[in-house]
Design a protein around this ligand. Structure first.
Ligand SMILES: C[S@@+](CC[C@H](N)C(=O)[O-])C[C@H]1O[C@@H](n2cnc3c(N)ncnc32)[C@H](O)[C@@H]1O
Length: 251
């Protein structure tokens, strides 16, 4: 299972990601349609809970985060133990069942792309649709097929350094174009400066890139209406240079 060891360093690796701005963007997508902020939010694949926290601050509403990684959920619970509006559950999205219905369901930072089989693709949309209120809004993003095949994934390196540690991450992609998959192998090394202790580990993240016709087919199957499809965090239309596509749909 991915995000086992990776989760320990997740917040460090993404410390420059502007979660507050992303949360504001997500709430804007909802408000533009509904003319108000959502009162209840479900975050599918919430990770360490930062979007949940930021969205709750913006709306003063409840946010329920779901993630299958026990370590990510533990981190979210520990960070936000004082936040009464936040609730985190360890569950696979695909198995998630609740009687609760939400105004707004979000699932971002490529959660759909982690659903690599056709069954998972279908079940992901079923769970999102099942937990939406009537006229509720669902926002999700994914790797966009035309761009992945056009640009092709490349090896990328990231270095993070603090007073305590130096962390290096190499992301090595293997494009499996018969399966619409990219196997991303993360090689991570960590040096603890005080002890000189050195740790290395690898984690495989298979990512599926999706195309518009299959997404439209799945939305139709689950009675979801496509309202908008743009580049994530931008007003650009989807194209062969859009890596991350963001979809706004309603029930
Ligand atoms: C790249 S992280 C994004 C986390 C968070 N949304 C963020 O923006 O920081 C992907 C997360 O999706 C979770 N995930 C992927 N597929 C899942 C599934 N089927 N059920 C539950 N969690 C899933 C992983 O455990 C991981 O925490």
């Amino acid at each position: 299972m991915n995000f086992e060891t990776y989760s320990k360093y997740y917040d460090l690796l993404y410390q420059d990601k502007d979660y507050a701005k992303e949360a504001a963007y997500l709430i804007e997508q909802y408000s533009a349609i509904k003319g108000e902020t959502p009162k209840s939010i479900l975050d599918l694949g919430c990770g360490t809970g930062i979007h949940a926290f930021e969205m709750s601050k913006l709306t003063n509403g409840k946010v329920h985060g779901i993630d299958r990684s026990v370590d990510m959920i533990d981190k979210a619970r520990n960070k936000y133990s004082d936040e009464s509006l936040l609730n985190f559950t360890e569950s696979d999205i695909l198995d998630f069942q609740s009687d609760e219905r939400f105004d707004f369901v979000i699932s971002v930072f490529h959660i759909l792309s982690y659903q690599t089989s056709n069954d998972a693709f279908n079940q992901y949309f079923k769970v999102a649709a099942d937990h939406l209120n009537k006229d509720g809004v669902f926002v999700f993003d994914c790797w966009y097929g035309p761009c992945v095949l056009n640009i092709r994934p490349e090896t990328r390196f990231k270095v993070f350094e603090s007073d305590q540690i130096k962390l290096k991450r190499a992301a090595l992609p293997d494009l499996k174009f018969q399966e619409n998959l990219v196997d991303v192998n993360y090689d991570i090394s960590i040096l603890e400066k005080s002890s000189g202790h050195f740790t290395e580990f690898s984690e495989l993240h298979p990512m599926r890139y999706y195309f518009m016709p299959e997404i439209k087919m799945m939305l139709k199957k689950h009675n979801l209406k496509l309202l908008n499809a743009k580049e994530w965090m931008s007003d650009q239309n989807l194209s062969e240079i859009t890596w991350s596509a963001c979809f706004v749909v309603s029930k």
